[in-house]
Each structure stands twice: as structure tokens, then as C-alpha cells.
Ligand binder design. Sequence first.
Ligand code: FAD
Length: 600
Amino acid sequence: MENYKATQRDTLFVTQELLNMEAHYQDLGFEDATDDLIRAIYGEAAKFAENVLAPLNQVGDDEGCTINDGVVTTPTGFKEAYRQYVDGGWPSMAHPVEFGGQGLPYSLATTMAEWFSGANHSWAMYPGLSQGCMETLKANGTPEQQEIYLTKLIEGSWTGTMCLTEPHCGSDLGMLKCRAEPTEDGSYKLSGTKIFISAGEHDMSDNIIHLVLARLPDAPAGTKGISLFLVPKFNVDGQGNIGDRNTVKCGSLEHKMGIKGSATCVMNFDEANGFLVGEPNRGLACMFTFMNIARIGTGMEGLSATEAAYQGALAYAKDRLQFRSMTGKKNPEGPADPIIVHPDVRRMLLTQKSLAEGKRAMAVYCMKMVDTTLYSEDEEAKKLAEAKLALLTPIVKAFLTETAQEATSYGMQIYGGHGYIKEWGMEQLARDTRICTMYEGTTGIQAIDLLARKIIGSNGELLKVFATEIKTYCADLRGQSQFNAWANSIDSHVDEWIQISTDIAQLAKTNPDEIGAASVDYLMYAGYITVGYFWLQMAVTAQQKLDEGTSETDFYRAKLMTAKFYFDRMLSRTRSLVSAINSGSENLMQMEEALFSAGK
Ligand SMILES: Cc1cc2nc3c(=O)[nH]c(=O)nc-3n(C[C@H](O)[C@H](O)[C@H](O)COP(=O)(O)OP(=O)(O)OC[C@H]3O[C@@H](n4cnc5c(N)ncnc54)[C@H](O)[C@@H]3O)c2cc1C
């Protein structure tokens, strides 16, 4: 497969031309985050992704992680790449100077995380989880915890994990059993088993800081009785010096379909020393920031895979010769034409391309909202950003990862039988990406979060905020006839989106199953409209550049043509989704459980 290339040009289009991130950073008081600095950081991040991480991608898949007596070894080169990552100052970029960070905005650090994951999904998970751990400690840790643990995480010498899942509970965390017994010195002893813990044990860092959900002895049942604890792999003294081994051990590694270079660990806590983070029984609330940011991060993994699949497939489609074009030879000197001449191959390539670029715009927009929620002093702007983020987070998580399955599957399809063969890398991409619709809350759980909590739970208010933004943009475009049809289409889709939401809320009053029956189709429907809104904006920006007389005509013409593909062929997917949504719950729920017979 073609070597992965960081999408510097397209990311700059989104950040600088579409979303005006430089002005956004200046407004938020990040005076150093100038266009020059942004470009310099992108340049270095691209080199790291392309030259250090991408060459290790297949190595990680071939070797996987190994365990010997509880000690986990990562694939060849992973540890050294992590050292380079730390030496490059990457872990500390978006953290406060007072804890040793570089004080740059969140979105600047996370935008290029797309490239790290695109180059090597497995490797990128180790620092990705650490970032979540840092955000949680930043928001909820005591000053002492921040001084001792957060500074080391930001420095990169220690890494972090999130320990939620147990053998009997994944989505339904209310059932978790891991116990935390208070001790006389104010700390806790944690006992229980956590499964599927990414980066739970490895050889990259000097210490591993586990953030663990557990129950206090007197905790109420369900989610209201869950607390959050910090459990270090090695005990640490009051000055941050590493001491003896804590009684938390990796029991085994999971053997899994993909992301083989990422250690997925069964973690056994045997009266391990731990410290409460935040208030007792408020563990899930403490993880709120982390979970939202992690969901956008997982959505980004879907974007990374979509882009990587497109890059590989495009190179192959230009190189592979099969048959002649139906409209006459395009490669008369050769024995056949490259497969990119065939309409069906173009259908698959443009599906990948329109999804990758549309999803990139949507993801960066969400990161811009995260910045506003974190740093803005304008309360009104903050409230609006929080509302949009609450609505869009489940869509980003699930839509970006679900459509990545299609994009990576097309990656294999464009390679024909060679896509199924390991050496080309396409099947690895499809296997690695498969997990993204499952961890950090499955698509089903995201869809219920969107429809039940965000839409119905807010009486449609969250949707109204985003709908107002979209409808205002479409109304402002009315004078530009070139884009009228697309603007009208997005505008009427938004009206329909509001109407469908109202209809489901009404039906759910008498039958709550109507929510679950509609939810995933509803989320995908919302995703296609949202990406359509960003394609409309990208088309308008591209046309402006062409009108101004840019020297990059190919880049902007390609944007306009990809927008046309999206509006002609992708947005229409909303029609079948509406039909499924409107069909209601009966076709799903009428069959008695006993009639679901298998193998008869
Ligand atoms: C490689 C890997 C890495 C992971 N990393 C971590 C990690 O670092 N830390 C961590 O804590 N966990 C981690 N996980 C666990 C992951 O987050 C869970 O697997 C996930 O949350 C789903 O839980 P589950 O597997 O128990 O599925 P279940 O909760 O049993 O769900 C099974 C199916 O039922 C559906 N379902 C359940 N309830 C409902 C409902 N109410 N409505 C509709 N559908 C429903 C789900 O959508 C799903 O399709 C990881 C998992 C894997 C495989």
C-alpha cells in the first residue's frame, strides 16, 4: 500500500480557510498560536507520522504485543517511537504551563492526532489514552494529585489508562463490581477485575496511572454509586519518586481481530493502593470531560482510517491496469487502462474522499467548540458551544466510525483480490478500524444518547441551537444562485430533522421502544445532513478562492466536484434512512423472542 501521507494541505484548508482557527485562537487569548506556528507544528507532526509511525504499522500487526509473567512487551520500534514522541514535546502541547505544558489550545494538538492514528492506529492509542487521563486529572484531581501525577503524565514519562469495563458489564456501567475499601490513612484498597484495558500494561513508560471506576462499601446501587480512583502501577512517594510495585497486575492479553500492537489487558486489582479522584459516588460525572473528548478522539480514528484507505486505494486505482475505458483508450501506450477510468471504481473513491474531507471539517469544527468550552470567557459563546458539542459528540463518534467501515471495505474492494491479501495493508486497515464502532460506547449506545438524552431530553433545544446556525448560513447564501439548490436541500433537511425528532418524541410517550427502533438510523441521518452542511461551506470557500484567482485551481476545483458528488449521491442516503425511521418499532418488536430460532 502507498505510504501514508499526512493531509497537511487539506487540514490547513479546514483550519485556516474554512474555520478560521487562527482568529479563533487569538480571540481565546492564545497569542502564540499564529498561522506560522500552526504550519510549523503541522510540518513536524507530519514528519513524525510519515517517517516514524507509518513504518511501524505493519510491524505492530505482525508481531503484536507479548506477555511474559505479567510483563508486556510492545512490538519492535513502538517504545523508541514513544521516546521520540516525548522528546518532541508532543504530550505536553495542550496543557497548562504551570504543570509543565506548552499552553497551546486543545484543537491544535488534536487536529494532527488524525495523522498519528492514520499512520499507526495501534501506536496512537497509547498517548491517546494518556491524554484522556490528563484531562480527567486536570478537571478533578486534587492539587497534590496534579502536582505528583499530572506533571509526569504531561511530561510523558508516565502514561495513563481508563479502567471501566468488567467481564459482566460494558455499556451498562451501573452493574460494575470492582470494590474500593477505605484505609486509615485516607487512601483506598481496590479489588476486582477489569477487562479490555487498552495500554493497561506495556514497556513504554516508567509508570502507568490507572483511572479506575469502583464502588465504595456503602455506595448506592447503579450508576449513582460509582467513584473514580487513581491507582499507580508503581507506588509513588510524596515527592513523586517511584517506589515498590502496587498490587495491580496484567493477567493476560486479549487475542483480537486488529490493533494488535495495542495491548488490550485483563487487569487484576488485588487490594491495590488507590486514591479517590473527585467526590465519592461522582465517578461518572468526573469522567464526563474525558468521555466526551475520547468520543471525538474515537471519531477521529474513523476519519484517519477513511483517509488512509482512500490514499491507498487511489494510488492503486491509478496504477492497476484492467480493461479499456468504455469511452475509448485512456492509456493507449499500455496494455489496458488504469482502473480509475471505470465509473464504479470512481464511485468508491469519491465515497471515500467525500467522507474523509467532510468528516475532517466536522471533526475540526467540534474541536473548535471544545476550545470554546474550555477557554472562552464569553459565557454566551460557551453555552452555545456546549450545546452544539453535546448534540454533535455522539454523531461524531458513531457516524465517523460507521462510515469508516464502508470506506475501509471499499479500500479492499478497489484492490480486488489483492485487498484481501495481507501484504497490501488494506485488510489490516479494515481489521484495525472495526473496533472503533464498539469501544468508547457502541454505535447503539451513542444513538440512544443522541435521541433519548440530547434530543428528547432537551425538548429539542440542543437541535434548535445547531439548526439555527445551519439555517442562518443557508439563508445568507440565498443571493449566490450557484449554491441555491444545495443550500435549499440542507435547509429543508434541517426542517425535516426537526419534524422527525418531534414525531419520535410524540410516539415515545406511548411506546418508549420507538426511540431505540429509530435511533441508529436517526444518528446516521443526522450525520449525513451535518457533513452536507460542511460540504456546502467547503464548496462556497473553494469558489471564493477560485474567484479571487488562486494558483491552486486544481485543489479548489476538486473540492467543488467532490461537493457535487456528495450532494448528488451521498446526501440522498437520508431518504432510505427516513423510510426506516418512519417504519416504527413494530417490525422489530412484534416477533416473540421464541420465534427467533436459529439453524431451523
Ligand atoms: C480492543 C478494545 C479496547 C478497549 N479498551 C477499553 C479501555 O481502555 N477501557 C475500558 O474500560 N474499556 C475498554 N474496552 C471495552 C469497550 O469500551 C466495551 O467493549 C464497550 O463499551 C461495549 O461493552 P460490551 O463489550 O460489554 O458490550 P455490551 O454492553 O454487552 O453490548 C453488546 C451489544 O448490545 C448493545 N446494547 C447494549 N445495551 C443496549 C441498549 N440499551 N440499547 C441498544 N443496544 C444495546 C450494544 O450496542 C452492543 O451491540 C475496549 C474493548 C476492546 C474490544
